[in-house]
Design a protein. Structure first.
Length: 586
């Protein structure tokens, strides 16, 4: 075994892995109390809203993919809310906007996270609302440790808070100061919001299912929805450096229910790999696998120049198709069967050459001519969309759980982070900005339309072996998610690295294609890679034409994972980068 940053956990009772140790601990506490994986994931997800407010919040969203032992089948819960009814191409055009800002009220979709968690709990869990909410409420009251990244994010946003977002300043700049790294930070307004949701749920009924429904009604039809609607009716500054009202209304919230869907899948190396549908970028993971299935990765050697070049060039082809063809399948026709077919992959694989491509080349599945968006020139200032690499950006969280009953789940909560939008007074959290992923150009699969889900980057993963859950994994990282997790998966499946070894292995990704976030920039040929791969590999990749940007040795990737062996042995691993991810289990 190679040296790893921490051990791969092994046991038989249950495993929780996430991007924050407090969330993993809360999930494990629920398992110890007799809950199942879905109860544990819900508790962990709510804690992440408190412990990582710079990465997600109640105003954000959560895609969830899991396997139910009772139903003996996989499922997806889509906690990604749709565009407001008033958010139309014409409405943005009337405002003179051709690129949705990355911050502020104009970019808000319906906040799907709370309903996503309640849907998971109600349909697949066993516990009551109090059992899963108590951890988040307690941490919001007593405080959580301020991570260095939280302190940096608040300090970067402080000028905006002080100048334009006083409600955010009142929560995050107590006494007018940025919280110190290592200090304790409490969000009493959020604690009181969730306490009221819980109180109204328990007052409504003594029945578990009725309480869950009452909790989501308090959020989407009650006092939370009222506060959101009232706040959106008042102007706030956004990334265009202009004040705008939001489009979101109480009716938009009241209409939202997280759908439960079938995942999409691809057979690969004895596993059935499952992802959310093309309202997410998830199928791009499967397209990359289909392209790589014709390459002899094992002979190349993990992280060799041949390996990195091949993986990156296949990623460029798959992500080009993402741009041309992915969108909400409830509203547009996505030729997914063809995009995931072996014949299509064989045809596309021939475009991978010996040098780095500088072109973005989508295919023509079923003879459909691809149409790529025309990216407007961004105007404005403060606020890029997602903080995977910058001081003023936000990011994402992740949690995986497997239990002794045979259930498994992966979820990637995001959005509604503290830099995205002003805090709603009395609620203690801001709205998300996922609508920035829509195009304001008519006729594209991901063009804005009322009620439509944006094609999100959030992309949890699940793999089955002989119809049973074998592996759940995911990562923050925006457009990099289905690159970093792909490398983890390939290292585990092709090269036999255990979960922790595969997580710890050097990561890389390309920014060759348009970003999903404002200002939607692209960097053709750019390859970011951890310098741990060595100078020889970096030099060879440069010789092949890649625009190599060597990164710090432990700077890319945030993957966590859990697995279940055929004999019932459970395993877990979590990312050491950033010094906050952790796994727990026994």
């Amino acid at each position: 075994m190679n040296f790893t940053t921490r051990p791969e956990l092994v046991g038989s009772f249950g495993m929780v892995a996430s991007t924050h140790w407090l969330a993993s601990a809360a999930g494990m506490a629920v398992l110890e109390a007799g809950g199942n994986a879905f109860d544990a994931a819900t508790a962990a997800g709510l804690v992440l809203q408190v412990a990582e407010p710079h990465l997600n919040g109640p105003g954000g969203e959560v895609p969830i993919i899991g396997f139910s032992a009772d139903d003996e089948r996989p499922f997806v819960v889509c906690g990604q809310g749709g565009a407001p009814g008033a958010a139309t191409l014409e409405a943005y055009g009337d405002l003179g906007i051709d690129l949705i800002p990355g911050t502020g009220l104009l970019a808000a979709c319906v906040p799907g996270a709370f309903d996503g968690w309640m849907t998971l709990l109600g349909r697949y869990g066993t516990m009551r609302v109090r059992d899963v909410m108590r951890y988040a409420i307690e941490y919001a009251h007593i405080g959580v440790p301020v991570l260095p990244s939280i302190a940096r994010s608040i300090e970067a946003a402080r000028p905006l808070f002080e100048a334009a977002w006083p409600s955010s300043a009142s929560v995050y700049l107590r006494g007018g100061r940025t919280p110190r790294s290592g200090s304790s930070f409490a969000n009493v307004e959020l604690a009181e919001t969730y306490e009221r949701v819980l109180s109204e749920a328990e007052a409504a009924s003594s029945d578990r299912d009725a309480q869950i429904e009452a909790a989501r009604a308090a959020f989407y039809e009650g006092f939370v929805a009222d506060a959101i609607a009232a706040f959106c009716s008042e102007p706030a500054e956004d990334a265009s450096l202009v004040t705008h009202r939001g489009f979101l209304t109480g009716d938009d919230l009241a209409r939202w229910h997280s759908p439960i869907e079938d995942p999409v899948g691809l057979d690969y190396q004895g596993l059935r790999v499952l992802k959310c549908g093309p309202w997410s970028q998830g199928p791009v993971f499967l397209q990359q696998l289909a392209l790589l299935d014709g390459s002899d990765l094992a002979d190349m050697g993990l992280l060799s120049a041949d390996y990195v070049h091949t993986v990156v060039e296949c990623a460029k082809l798959a992500f080009a198709d993402r741009e041309a063809f992915y969108g909400d399948p409830a509203r547009v026709d996505v030729p997914l069967d063809t995009l995931l077919s072996g014949a299509y992959a064989n045809e596309r694989r021939g475009l991978v050459g010996p040098v780095a491509s500088m072109r973005l080349v989508p295919g023509s599945p079923d003879g459909i001519s691809p149409r790529m968006p025309v990216i407007p020139t961004a105007t404005g200032g403060w606020g890029t969309g997602e903080p995977t690499l910058g001081p003023r950006q936000g990011d994402t969280c992740h949690v995986d759980v497997v239990d002794r009953f045979g259930n498994m789940v992966a979820a990637t909560p995001s959005g509604g982070w503290l830099m995205s939008s002003p805090v709603i007074p009395g609620l203690g959290f801001p709205l998300g900005t996922r609508a920035q992923m829509f195009w304001l150009e008519e006729g594209l699969p991901n063009s804005l339309a009322s009620g439509k889900r944006p094609r999100t980057t959030l992309s949890p993963s699940l793999a089955l072996r002989d119809g049973r859950p074998a592996l759940a994994f995911g990562t923050p990282g925006g457009d990099s998610q289905d690159q970093w997790t792909l490398q983890f998966f390939l290292a585990h499946v092709h090269y036999g690295l255990n979960l922790q070894e595969a997580i710890d292995a050097p990561e890389f990704h390309t920014t060759h294609f348009p970003s999903s976030f404002f200002p939607r920039d692209a960097h053709p040929g750019e390859l970011l890679i951890e310098s741990r791969v060595g100078g020889t590999v970096l030099a060879e990749l440069t010789r092949r034409g890649h625009h190599v940007e060597a990164q710090d040795p432990w700077s890319l990737g945030r993957v966590s994972a859990v697995s279940r062996d055929e004999d019932g042995t459970l395993r877990a691993g979590a990312n050491a980068r950033g010094m906050q991810g952790y796994a727990a289990g026994r």
